[in-house]
Design a protein around this ligand. Structure first.
Ligand SMILES: O=C(O)[C@H](O)[C@@H](O)[C@H](O)[C@H](O)COP(=O)(O)O
Length: 259
């Protein structure tokens, strides 16, 4: 496990999205060369969607073999299929509808108008992950190449909000969330054990409203109070920030260049 995060600070959120998209393309191409396929966990939010939009407008995206890419989600707002607030709907609009993915490798979380209520939806997604895991993986989830997470101003990641039961989960890989402080209140989320199955976890934070959250999560806070602090990958944990989000980090973590 690699709990010590590395930080990359970009000038602004546009540059951050473009650089993160370039980084993701390279990661996917490398994984496909090494293993034949790649697996990525997507996140919602402005930064996650900004990265997908940047990837969509990058010429280098054609280097990816889209038919050999597994896509999963870190969390989902439990809303009807096609709802514009669903992370899946937003990811389709930002990128997925424009690239030749293999539909069998795309794994959106279940919608609220499907066969499941929210806790059963979480169980179904956990079963889908378990079915995709191989004996080489470390448990009932695949070893994702990259798992991306937006960071909320309250330090939430995926739909793991401070102090709520989901962030305390140590056994199940996916749980239903009831009473989330950010609408909608009902959600499905990967848990910290599932997140930590990833080779690399990338946390995306841009804007002044994230500065406090980044400083708290990177300064030794506990994961129940600051879920972002508990999100780390097996071989790498990378925080991708813009200068505004990095502005409250302690000087031993980040020293802005002097102009
Ligand atoms: O499910 C949600 O309500 C959002 O997706 C949320 O979890 C988001 O990822 C973070 O709040 C970061 O948001 P931004 O990237 O928009 O700053």
């Amino acid at each position: 496990m690699s709990a010590t995060p590395q930080l990359v600070v970009h000038r602004d959120k546009e540059l951050m999205a473009q650089a993160a998209a370039a980084r993701l393309i390279t990661k996917i191409v490398d994984a496909q060369a090494a293993r034949g396929y790649a697996s990525v966990v997507l996140t919602g939010g402005r930064n996650g969607n900004g990265l997908l939009a940047a990837l969509s407008s990058s010429a280098a995206k054609d280097a990816i073999d889209w038919s050999r890419l597994d896509l999963w989600w870190g969390d989902e707002r439990f809303l009807p299929d096609g709802d514009p607030e669903r992370n899946y709907t937003q990811a389709r609009a930002a990128l997925l509808d424009a690239v030749p993915l293999n539909p069998a490798r795309v794994h959106p979380m279940p919608p609220s108008d499907g066969p499941y209520e929210v806790d059963a939806a979480a169980e179904a997604y956990a079963a889908e992950l378990a079915a995709a895991a191989s004996p080489d993986d470390h448990g009932p989830v695949p070893t994702f190449d990259v798992l991306m997470l937006g960071v909320g101003p309250d330090t939430h990641v995926a739909s793991l909000f401070p102090e709520l039961p989901a962030v305390r989960e140590t056994e199940r890989t996916v749980v239903g969330v009831h009473g989330a402080p950010k609408p909608p209140p009902t959600r499905v989320t990967l848990t910290l054990p599932a997140i930590r199955a990833a080779r690399e976890v990338w946390l995306l934070a841009a804007g002044e409203d994230k500065a406090g959250a980044a400083a708290i999560a990177l300064s030794g806070a506990g994961e129940v109070q600051a879920p972002a602090a508990g999100a780390y990958g097996r071989s790498r944990t990378l925080w991708l920030l813009d200068e505004a989000a990095a502005s409250q980090l302690p000087a031993d973590l980040y020293r802005p260049a002097v102009a």
